[in-house]
Design a protein around this ligand. Structure first.
Ligand code: SF4
Length: 1006
């Protein structure tokens, strides 16, 4: 036992039945000391743990109830300061420029708390005490405004509670409790007024308990070790390995840290990973729990203008429970639900969610009934599950939007936003552990604390930042040490548990003893001036924090018993630079070794090798550590270690083998060779309809074709927010097609040809109607983006009509949007067909083609033209190449298809021209006409289908179509992929005969 525990034990022994009130720095510390006494064999009764604050509260709690006053919470305190800043500070004043900033509010709050704690009234802030008159005046106004805000909201803070209690005990009124013996540890750093309060409250019943002298800590501990590690994580690993190697039970150990922000999350994660049960003296941040992460994700979603990616992360992280919205018993699967959000193409914006989800549900329904467009269809095998997930997501989003308040003009009242967040936690946050349950309750309590605040509206991002800050600083499950658990604590609160093994982490010079950053509002020299006039109370001097931290660590060491290990991180892994031990460690070294001349070199040479990710002793926390150590020892190239690892982990072995094969000159199954396809992928053999889009994709890059059309892999459809764009390229093209078709169907039904002067008004009206419909379906991000694209659409319509007027002088527009072989596609064109067309390739070979032809015109009695509308740039089509190795083959295939479709209707007809029409802003009415070359078409198709027959799917040998490829992350990028396949095509050592059809295709020049 340490001295304090011994003193308490002695007192309890001699005053066994008397009521004893142990006044501790905190209740948690008091309980730890009292428990240590019991564990040491000194049972006690009638011992109560109190702090100065809880005693003060007891003295006046009846008064608070009578006056209807409530205790101010931390979140409310910050909100009151924020409101005081808005009301009291002018934009042109001393603090004017920063008056809206959350960081400023936090600093002002700390300053005001210091002032109130030291009983510095606003009136005592005389201008001559501060460097600037204006600053003094504004600080006074702020402190006054805060006082008033407390009174108006019927709140009392800690300083007010203590002021009232002190006044009451000074007035010698009867205060409760007067009975009992008050035990005050000698180390307790009380202010003069706190000491006076206790003396007046306890009178002659106050007993001071001696504590260990901080300057005399050395004899108390049996062993002191200094260790180091490569990074903070390895400091913790070092501790865990030590427990394992020395067989130390976890409940004999206390781990102390110097900086919670770094060490607490690391200890939490590693202890969870290695299943080490822990108690945390400061509790754990609420953001470690699912409700904490959920509410942060929710706030991220709001501040990012309802960005669908934030919502996907929220759902994908499984921190919200969709069942709470849908009432379903079975979860629909977080990943499936996240995919629904992606497929809906929401992008961002509150108003886009429901309309886009409805459109997706319609699409799923149509597909279930065999209808719908030929667009990507994820999850082919589970359409029903997809529909269930879509409905669940819609219900969830609808409820979520209902509880989420909207800002007006970018402003919102904090209490409205907090209430929305509290309802979100209650309704949707997933609770799957005890910590989650506690966190959910704590968060709801925290957020509802804002409900008493006024209606002052603040900037939306600022309100989000305030709530995020409040959530982030909330801790739950603060506990005293428990059997079977490691105890984790800050060193200022640590060392009271009486455990035998203590580890103190974070003693590098950048972290300890810390820097004495001054309060930027009330500087230390100004605080000194104030302290001189308000004696005996005093404002704390923040520049003295390093000295106070040193004092605290020495006091901590003094109360420790048993073995102490002090460690520091000697390397900053993020910045890859060296870190040095804190000077205090050298002081410790000199003291324990009685070697006052020792320097840092001596210290380092006496400290064992730094702990790293690879253990240097045979103590492994998990398999990874074991294998890392083996590999390091044997060397990466050593056959023994590598063979062993690859034998035990066959998937790792296969990965290594695949890498070697790809890097070789051989064409292998790892380069896109499906050796056992048995020809079943060849449309000439399987007779499954194929589209020209697929054939062109195969010609551009067989490997990408394999991924997309054979393996069915879809790239994630991320709708990156672009405030300048309303419709993406695909949607823009669809809308234009819709407008053109509507006009052409109308006028040709009246046997008219396009005429600008006659049809422009009608075309505009059709365009506006379509735009209106699309605007409802895809809400634009802002009016500017909408106006820009609307202008582009109208410009494209103008180009279209003007060009068509000239074009149609020699032809008669006949059929529009003609689907064939597309199930469920509606069309008014008589030549449209549910059946695909059979394309003859000669020599008894052929395949089934499906597609959708934009436009068929008639020239003369039996001559036809086929056109494809393109809303993009003409640069996408190389004019001088007929087929471009099959990469531009649609015009030739559709020409064949039209002749077959006409023949089905007993119509004679030959396609003499086919090509592409570019009416969009980048095309300006350009037309590209392609030659018809039946021989070239058959040669290219045969070569392409030969690849399918043989299962050959190599990377593209050039990067012509790699720029916008979705599969770059799979093929490792065009540079590597193009170079690899060129090398394999040219390899003389390996003949790679399987690549012959591909060599033939690459050799085509038409
Ligand atoms: S980046 Fe190029 S080589 Fe790689 S998959 Fe895409 S198209 Fe093929």
């Amino acid at each position: 036992m340490n001295r304090l525990a011994e003193e308490l034990a002695r007192f309890c022994d001699t005053h066994r039945l008397d009521e004893k009130i142990f006044v501790a720095p905190s209740r948690a510390i008091g309980h730890q000391v009292a428990e240590a006494v019991v564990r040491a064999g000194h049972p006690w009764v009638n011992l109560r743990i109190e702090t100065v604050h809880t005693l003060a509260l007891r003295v006046i709690e009846a008064d608070l109830v009578r006056e209807g006053l409530k205790i101010l919470s931390r979140a409310q305190g910050l909100a009151l300061v924020e409101q005081a800043c808005f009301k009291a500070l002018q934009r042109e004043g001393y603090f004017g420029k920063v008056r809206d900033q959350v960081g400023f509010h936090q600093t002002v709050k700390a300053t005001i708390e210091d002032m109130r704690g030291a009983a510095v009234s606003p009136g005592s802030l005389r201008v001559e005490l501060l460097d600037h008159d204006q600053k003094a005046r504004e600080l006074r106004v702020l402190a006054d405004a805060y006082d008033r805000a407390l009174a108006e909201n019927h709140l009392v803070d800690e300083a007010e509670i203590f002021r009232r209690a002190l006044k009451k005990v000074r007035g010698r009124e009867r205060v409760a409790p007067r009975e009992g013996l008050y035990l005050l540890p000698d180390c307790f750093d009380l202010s003069p007024s706190e000491r006076e309060f206790l003396q007046r409250l306890a009178g002659h019943r106050l007993h001071v308990l001696a504590v260990d002298d901080p300057s005399d800590w050395k004899p108390a501990v049996s062993a002191v070790r200094i260790s180091r590690a490569l990074g903070e994580e390895n400091e913790i690993r070092g501790v865990f390995r030590r427990l394992l190697s020395d067989g130390i039970e976890v409940d004999r150990v206390e781990i102390l840290y110097t900086e919670a922000a770094t060490y607490l999350p690391l200890i939490y994660e590693l202890s969870a990973q290695y299943e080490m049960p822990c108690t945390y003296g400061e509790g754990v941040p609420v953001v470690f729990s699912r409700p904490g992460q959920a509410v942060l994700g929710y706030l991220d979603w709001l501040v990012g203008d309802y960005d669908a990616r934030a919502m996907r992360r929220l759902i994908g992280a499984e921190v919200v429970d969709l069942r709470k919205a849908t009432g379903e018993k079975e979860p629909s699967g977080a990943m499936r639900a996240a995919r629904v959000l992606r497929d809906a193409g929401i992008g961002w914006g509150r108003e886009r969610y429901i309309s886009r989800l409805d459109a997706l549900i319609r699409f799923y329904r149509d597909r279930q009934h065999g209808k719908g467009e030929d667009r990507k269809t994820l999850d082919h095998e589970f359409p029903e599950k997809q529909m269930i997930a879509a409905r669940a997501v819609r219900a969830f989003v609808q409820e979520l939007l209902a509880v989420t308040p909207e800002d007006s003009d970018g402003k919102i009242a904090l209490h409205e936003l907090a209430h929305g967040a509290a309802v979100f936690v209650e309704k949707f946050a997933r609770v799957a552990s005890e910590l989650d349950g506690t966190a959910a309750m704590a968060l709801q309590g925290l957020l509802e604390e804002f409900s008493s605040l006024s209606d002052t509206r603040i900037g939306f991002p600022q309100a989000i930042k305030r709530l995020r800050g409040a959530v982030r600083s909330t801790h739950v499950e603060a506990k005293t040490p428990e059997p079977g658990h490691l105890h984790i604590s800050d060193y200022r609160m640590g060392g009271y548990s009486g455990r035998e093994f203590t580890f103190i982490l974070g003693l590098d010079e950048s972290r300890y003893p810390g820097v004495g950053l001054q309060d930027p509002i009330l500087l230390d020299h100004e605080r000194r001036r104030i302290n001189r006039v308000i004696t005996p109370r005093h404002l704390p001097l923040l520049g003295e924090r390093p000295q106070e931290n040193q004092k605290a660590l020495k006091a901590c060491l003094a109360r420790l018993r048993g073995s102490v290990t002090m460690s520091y991180s000697c390397r900053n892994l993020l910045e890859d630079r060296e870190q040095f031990p804190a000077p205090f460690l050298l002081e410790i070294y000199r003291a324990i070794h009685g070697f006052p001349e020792a320097n840092y070199r001596t210290l380092l040479s006496a400290t064992e090798r730094p702990a790293g990710f690879i253990p240097f002793q045979a103590t492994y926390l998990d398999e990874s550590e074991f294998w890392l150590e083996r590999l390091k020892e044997k060397g990466r190239q050593s056959g023994a270690a590598s063979t062993t690892v690859r034998t035990i982990y066959p998937w790792l072995d296969r990965g290594g083998h695949a890498e070697e094969e790809r890097a070789s000159a051989r064409f292998t199954i790892f380069d896109g060779w499906v050796r056992d396809s048995d020809g079943e992928l060849d449309p000439r053999l399987n007779q499954r309809p194929i589209s020209s889009t697929q054939i062109e994709a195969l010609a551009r890059c067989p490997f990408a074709y394999l991924l997309r059309y054979i393996l069915g892999i879809e790239p994630p459809d991320d709708y990156a927010r672009d405030p300048t764009v309303w419709l993406d390229a695909l949607e823009f093209g669809r809308l234009l097609h819709e407008i053109f078709r509507t006009l052409m169907v109308e006028i040709t039904a009246r046997h008219e040809k396009p005429d600008f002067s006659r049809h422009w008004d009608r075309l505009q009206a059709i365009a506006e109607e379509c735009i209106g419909r699309w605007r409802h379906r895809v809400p634009p991000p802002n009016t500017a983006a909408f106006a820009t694209q609307r202008n582009h659409i109208l410009a494209a319509c103008r180009t279209f009509l003007k060009d068509e007027e000239i074009h149609c002088q020699g032809v008669m527009p006949r059929y529009f949007e003609v689907p064939f072989g597309v199930s469920g596609a509606d069309s008014m064109a008589p030549i449209a067909s549910q059946d695909p067309v059979s394309i003859d390739l000669g020599k008894g070979e052929g395949f089934m083609l499906r597609g959708r032809i934009d436009r068929i015109d008639q020239r003369g009695e039996d001559e036809y033209e086929v056109w494809d509308y393109k809303s993009g740039s003409p640069r996408s089509v190389i004019e001088e190449k007929t087929l471009n190795r099959g990469r531009q083959i649609q015009h030739a295939l559709y020409a064949r298809a039209v002749e077959i479709l006409l023949a089905r209707l007993q119509l004679k007809g030959r396609v003499t021209r086919s090509g592409y029409f570019f009416p969009g802003p980048k095309g300006e009415g350009h037309r590209v006409v392609k030659e018809q070359d039946a021989g070239a078409l058959e040669r290219v198709l045969s070569a392409l289908f030969h690849l399918l027959r043989e299962g050959i799917f190599p990377y593209a040998p050039d990067s012509d179509f790699c720029r916008f490829c979705d599969w770059q992350c799979v093929c490792e990028g065009p540079q590597k992929a193009n170079e690899r396949i060129r090398r394999k095509l040219e390899s003389r050592t390996q003949k790679n005969t399987a690549l012959e059809p591909f060599r033939r295709l690459v050799a085509f020049d038409d």
